[in-house]
Every structure is written in structure tokens, then in C-alpha cells.
Design a protein around this ligand. Sequence first.
Ligand SMILES: Nc1ncnc2c1ncn2[C@@H]1O[C@H](COP(=O)(O)OP(=O)(O)O)[C@@H](O)[C@H]1O
Ligand SMILES: [Mg+2]
Length: 212
Amino acid sequence: MSDGRQGRFITLEGGEGAGKSTQIGRLTAWLEGRGHAVKATREPGGAPGAEMIRKLLVEGPVERWDGTTEALLHFAARREHLRSTVWPALKKGSWVVSDRFADSTMAYQGYGHGADRAMLGELYDIAVGDFRPDLTLILDLPVDVGLARAAARRGTETRYESLPVAFHERVRAGFLDIAAADPERCVVIDATQGIDAIAAAIGDAVTKKLKA
Ligand SMILES: Nc1ncnc2c1ncn2[C@@H]1O[C@H](COP(=O)(O)OP(=O)(O)O)[C@@H](O)[C@H]1O
Ligand SMILES: [Mg+2]
């Protein structure tokens, strides 16, 4: 709102095809309808330099990077995204909604690829510092359902989708672990529901946690 209050930072997380991009659009419209200025953004990317790094991460062969190199690239992109896009928007009083953030690095590179989770926490401290999302919505659904949805909208960004099902199962379990460890910040949403029901559940969570 234009009452001088700092904006809020909301992140959407979950596996491939969970509906994150769909729900970012719904949430943006819902918040705007409540009178908030909203900046919708995404990771990796969300700023010109970060989008250049995104191309390195989401295209090309699976074996291109190991988990640690991938994590370094993600945090480099993330710092640029925060500096150029997220922090300036919050400072202006906008709400910022991001399609993925740091929990994806922990779930994909940590739980999925087996990169050292303590190392990922240290990278977070270096690249991001004390800053945390005000609310993280984790869209949870069975891996086969998500991959089928993602395959139906197939484009060029298929590097993660082409990893084995067992990898995606570890990612899903990782997101649920992250949510269980940080229940103040995270809300798990059943993403097997229809688009409208998920949007309503997200609206409820935002109202409850952030008094939107
Ligand atoms: N709740 C839903 N039920 C069925 N299909 C959905 C739902 N949400 C999104 N989809 C469809 O599934 C595909 C993946 O959704 P998307 O929002 O791109 O997921 P993500 O960004 O999490 O990978 C899209 O084709 C989208 O239209
Ligand atoms: Mg998406």
C-alpha cells in the first residue's frame, strides 16, 4: 500500500509443473486487487545479469555442471536479482512475488544433487545475508503429475525436467523437509487441486500470515 510501509516478499516453490508460474499470475492480480503495488519476478533470473546466468542453468546437457558449481551460479544470479530488482522494489513499498527463490537451490542442488547443505547455508549467508522471504508457499504434488504437466508445456528449458524421477522425488522430499523445519515462514499447498482452489488456498495463507 502507499502508507509508507515496506513491501512484503513472497516466494513460490515446488517441483516442475507444480503450477508456480500459473499461481504467480493469480497472486499478482489478487494482491493488486487489494490495492498493493506488486512486482512479479522469477529465479533464476529476474534481472538482466541474472537472466544471462539463467540461460547457463536451464539449457544444455544435464551433466554440464556439478551440484556445487550450479549452486554458485544460482547464488550469483540470486544476489544480482536481489540487488537490482527485489530490494529496490521492496524499498519503494511494492510487494514482490518470486517464482522460486533460495529453497529451490537447497531442494535441487542440496537434496536432489547431494551438494553439501551446510555449504549451501554458508553461500546463502554470503550472497543474501539476513534477508528472508516473509512467506514461502510450497506447491506440493506427486512427481509424475508434475512432470506430465511440465511435458505438456515443453519448451527449451528442459535441463532439470530431463533428470530421473528419483531426483525429482528427492527434490519433493527436500521441499517438505524445508517447510517442516521453518513453519513460521513456509506453508505447504496441495497442488493437485484445480487452479482456482490453489489460488484460494494461497490467498488464505497470505491473508493469515501477512494480513494482506
Ligand atoms: N492446478 C492445475 N491443474 C492442472 N494443470 C495445471 C494446474 N496449474 C497449472 N497447470 C498447467 O500445468 C502446466 C505447468 O504449470 P506451470 O504453472 O508452468 O508450473 P511450474 O511453473 O510450477 O513449472 C501448465 O501447462 C499449466 O497450465
Ligand atoms: Mg514455471
